[in-house]
Write a protein that binds this ligand. Structure first.
Ligand code: IMP
Length: 176
């Protein structure tokens, strides 16, 4: 299998600097409270692990797995819950950590799924946002970077299961 090193759209240094800022904002906003952080697998796993190290609050970490994309680059139009969290969310401050908001369908569906569990509050942290593709109303409380309408890979994001391990975010070009 060939090794592929796309040009970085967002470098490791830029990601790290932004995560430091997001962590500080989250810490300030929830001062004196604790937090349930929900990492949306698989794409957010690297972002989430770096982000929680910059949140200076008592927190519990949960994982949830949803699928909306198949192995291609266009959405299938529906969202399936593959693995649920184990924590009870009633009365809790919840922070969802997502890799990217594209059409917004995944996050809208997840928010609806979690709202019925009666948390105190749900906020969203997303590393990336593609505004040009948005179809559903989504409020991102903590956003890493807004990007143009390109399919991106690396730092947890995949194409057909590959490239998650890249330490930066690159653009997938036809022919890669
Ligand atoms: P949405 O439901 O359309 O907002 O899509 C969200 C999900 O699609 C993300 O959690 C990603 O898994 C996937 N996705 C959307 N755009 C990209 C991309 O550019 N690269 C990799 N995955 C993407």
């Amino acid at each position: 299998m060939e090794l592929f090193s796309p040009e970085a759209l967002i470098t490791e240094e830029e990601i790290s600097h932004r995560i430091q800022e997001l962590g500080a904002n989250i810490t300030k906003d929830f001062e004196g409270q604790d937090l349930v952080v929900i990492c949306v697998l698989k794409g957010a796993f690297i972002f989430c692990s770096d982000l929680i190290k910059k949140i200076n609050l008592p927190l519990k970490l949960e994982f949830i797995s949803l699928s909306s994309y198949g192995d291609g680059i266009t959405s299938s139009g529906n969202v399936r819950l593959d693995m649920d969290i184990t924590a009870n969310l009633e009365g809790k401050n919840v922070l969802i950590v997502e890799d990217i908001v594209d059409t917004g369908l995944t996050i809208k569906t997840l928010m609806e799924m979690l709202e019925v569990r009666r948390p105190k509050e749900i906020r969203l942290a997303s590393l990336l946002f593609k505004p040009s593709k948005l179809k559903h109303q989504v409020k991102i409380d903590y956003l890493g970077f807004e990007i143009e309408d390109k399919f991106v890979i690396g730092y947890g994001l995949d194409y057909a299961g590959r490239y998650r391990e890249l330490p930066y975010i690159g653009i997938l070009n036809a022919g890669n």
